[in-house]
Design a protein around this ligand. Structure first.
Ligand code: NAD
Length: 438
């Protein structure tokens, strides 16, 4: 099948690659000339494990190409995927400008029947909106269908998630239309869920809101554990072993970030409000998530005698999670912003995300590895749990720090071992329990 993918971000580029790898002819469109130029040179505009090889293979085999010419790409294709961004506006609503622009572009070049598939995360009703925009702006009276096919991939494992999704959700006005997209996914041999368009749009938001809820729930339990002397790691293990609860996403830490959970939670609260529903649970989830990193910063301040002024603080991990360079809503941004505002000096390291962080904090010191981050530091904080931080030589870390104060925001280390090495070690939801057991 001939496929056009509009938007070559995390979702669009991976979707385009995977569909081309399955034997389709794919053209990926973006209106960002720098991205298209990079892709045409074989360089990746984003970091995603395995992506470069996949792009290269399919470009070499002439099944995948990149363009800024939306008209040519749309005319060429039988199926058009919309994968543009839906970033949050001030009021929490998603900004639908990019979707609207994409829909207008499709309308102008509609030359024969096509299925327009919305993969971006969009509020209920967007399918109808896209349909109306195309009907109003099309130059030729050509038929088309709009399908919702929300994306569930995770950055850092996007290719694997796209090849092996837990389920594929297809929201269409009838089975015949749904079958056209189902055929595209059939080679993956994964479970397919066919719904109406509105329900498919809702499934995406409800899923992300529920995962965000698990994280904020785990963090609230962690904060109680810290206060009463229980160990959240053991508690979560005990809870997660219950098949009704499940272990996934039940993690205590600094809270969730990234381009999806924060914005999708706000968007769902706004959808609920507009429908006259007060989504109290999700509002509380968002509040907990906002407070969580600041509670940790407060503890650090106490450990540093009440002030960050003139203190050198090392930050390990900047990306919103491991294996990505994505800094959108990363906890490191909130934490570094707060520490700088209170007079701290920051030296930071991340295996991949330093270039993106420089756009947010151009003036902090970036180091080449974790040991340099610890050099001369009054405290060290783990913000993103990259694998390479898990097996650091902690004796060496301690020997280069000014004060061996370690704040582990992702519960990466064994508290007893670190204390034995002479660190003052703080983590999430187990600090008191471990001290008691000492
Ligand atoms: P992104 O910002 O990385 O990429 C979006 C791309 O669309 C950009 O390259 C931009 O230049 C391009 N674009 C915008 N308007 C365009 C237009 N009119 N024509 C051509 N290109 C245009 O975004 P993303 O992370 O890939 O997310 C895309 C959508 O998928 C969002 O709605 C997001 O919520 C959803 N989603 C993202 C993830 C994720 O992990 N990133 C997972 C699931 C769903």
């Amino acid at each position: 099948m001939n496929i056009c993918v509009i938007g070559t971000g995390y979702v669009g580029l991976v979707t385009g690659c995977v569909f081309s790898d399955l034997g389709n002819e794919v053209v990926c469109v973006d209106n960002n000339p720098d991205k298209i130029a990079m892709l045409e040179r074989g360089e990746m505009p984003i970091y995603e494990p395995g992506l470069e090889e996949l792009v290269k293979r399919n470009v070499d085999d002439r099944r995948l190409r990149f363009t800024m010419d939306m008209a040519e790409a749309v005319e060429y294709s039988d199926v058009v995927f919309i994968c543009v961004g839906t970033p949050p506006k001030e009021n929490g609503d998603p900004d639908m400008t990019y979707i609207q622009e994409a829909a207008k572009g499709i309308a102008r070049s509609l030359n024969r029947y096509k299925v327009i598939v919305n993969k971006s995360t969009v509020p209920v009703g967007t399918g109808n909106m896209v349909r109306e925009i195309i009907e109003t702006n099309r130059h030729r009276n050509v038929d088309f269908d709009v399908v919702s096919n929300p994306e569930f991939l995770r950055e850092g494992s996007a290719i694997k998630d796209t090849l092996e999704p837990d389920r594929i959700v297809i929201g269409a006005r009838n089975q015949v239309v749904a079958m056209k997209i189902l055929e595209l996914y059939a080679p993956l041999e994964r479970p397919m869920i066919i719904t109406d368009v509105a329900s498919a749009e809702m499934i995406k938001y409800a899923s992300n809101a529920f995962l965000a809820t698990k994280i904020s729930f785990a963090n609230s339990i962690a904060n109680i554990c810290d206060a009463v002397g229980a160990d959240v790691i053991q508690v979560i293990k005990g809870m997660g072993s219950d098949s009704r609860i499940g272990r996934a996403f039940l993690n205590a830490g600094l809270g969730y970030g990234g381009s999806c959970f924060p914005k999708d939670s706000s968007a769902l609260v706004r959808t609920a409000e507009k429908a006259g529903v007060n989504f109290k649970v999700l509002k509380a989830v968002m509040d907990v998530n906002k407070e969580q990193p600041m509670l940790f910063v407060d503890l650090l301040r106490v450990a540093m005698d009440g002030s960050f002024k003139g203190k050198k603080i090392g930050i390990l991990g900047l990306a919103f999670k491991p294996n990505t360079d994505d800094m959108r809503d990363a906890k490191s941004v909130e934490i570094i912003g707060k520490l700088l505002a209170e007079g701290a000096e920051i030296q930071a390291y991340d295996p991949i995300a330093i270039e993106n962080t420089k756009r947010i904090f151009p003036h902090i010191c970036y180091t080449e590895n974790a040991y340099d981050t610890a050099e001369g530091a009054d405290a060290l904080m783990i913000v993103t749990e990259w694998n390479e931080f898990k097996l650091l030589n902690m004796e060496r870390i301690k020997s280069v720090m000014k004060t061996p104060l370690l704040f582990d925001g992702r519960n990466v280390y064994d508290p007893l071992q670190l204390r034995r090495l002479g660190f003052e070690y703080h983590c999430i939801g187990r600090t008191k329990a471990v001290l008691n057991g000492k």
